[in-house]
Design a protein around this ligand. Structure first.
Ligand SMILES: Nc1ncnc2c1ncn2[C@@H]1O[C@H](COP(=O)(O)OP(=O)(O)OP(=O)(O)O)[C@@H](O)[C@H]1O
Ligand SMILES: O=P(O)(O)OC[C@H]1O[C@H](OP(=O)(O)OP(=O)(O)O)[C@H](O)[C@@H]1O
Length: 214
């Protein structure tokens, strides 16, 4: 077993904020880290091996133990329901999940159609609301669905609200706030407790100090 801690990092939106947080926590990630196209990057000085994954796949790597630790959005955690520990809210990449639709809703069906990248989250939400719906899974451009008649409403991430606005959609209900989390493989937590605890402690201090400034 390698002595390096394997960390599953989400490519895309969360990546840069996560890298900055790790640097602030004292892990020396070189400037080349951001520019690389490599998917596995070992940084001995930080004691870490990073694997760069699609955000939605991070909990899969961690659950299977090929990564000890990962960084994942709460949206992904809710959708994937993986058997991992969620140990720290990093309070980065904040956004929220919401239901949206056309300003003038024209729903006639018994089970309105809901387009989303988050079928499990959406199904649970409408079940809790006691509303019967039909979920249509899409992989992106979710806002398109009500515009062309594929769905009546959508469940999607909102950040600035710009995508909804520019497509003539309105937010109907907020489902929940989303931030990124540190997740840990349960077996790794037993075998690498000291190094994982140190990572979590160092990151918590950075998160707390940022909270105080806000
Ligand atoms: N405006 C936003 N839209 C989507 N996700 C956001 C937004 N703001 C923060 N996030 C967070 O970023 C994560 C998604 O990151 P990103 O958009 O890079 O991945 P992705 O959806 O897999 O991208 P793509 O499929 O477009 O490559 C989400 O899980 C969420 O926690
Ligand atoms: O409120 P905003 O700041 O406009 O951000 C929200 C939009 O960003 C995300 O899409 P993304 O850019 O990831 O594209 P996608 O359609 O490929 O998922 C999300 O699915 C929304 O469409």
């Amino acid at each position: 077993m390698s002595s390096l801690l394997t960390v599953a990092m989400p490519k895309g939106r969360i990546f840069q904020e996560a890298v900055e947080l790790l640097r602030q926590a004292g892990y020396p990630l070189p400037p080349e880290f951001e520019d690389s196209r490599k998917l596995i990057i070992e940084i001995e000085e930080a004691g870490m091996r990073f694997i760069l994954a699609k955000p939605m796949d991070v909990p899969t790597y961690v659950e299977h133990g090929v990564a000890d630790v990962g960084i994942a959005g709460k949206d992904v955690m809710l959708e994937e329901e993986r058997d991992v520990y969620e140990v720290l809210d990093l309070k980065i990449s904040d956004c929220y999940l919401a239901v949206a639709g056309l300003a003038e809703l024209k729903e006639h069906s018994v089970a309105p159609k809901i387009a989303t990248k988050y079928p499990n989250v959406a199904a649970q939400y409408f079940r809790e609301q006691g509303e019967q719906v039909e979920i249509i899974k899409l992989n992106g451009s979710i806002e398109l669905a009500p515009l062309i008649g594929l769905a009546d409403r959508i469940v999607d991430i909102v950040s600035t609200g710009r995508t909804l606005k520019e497509n003539g959609l309105v937010e109907l209900e907020k489902i929940r706030e989303i931030t990124s989390r540190i997740i840990v493989n349960p077996a790794s937590y037993r075998m690498k407790a000291a190094v994982i605890d140190e990572l979590v402690e160092r990151l918590s201090k950075v998160v707390e100090s940022k909270e105080e400034i806000r």
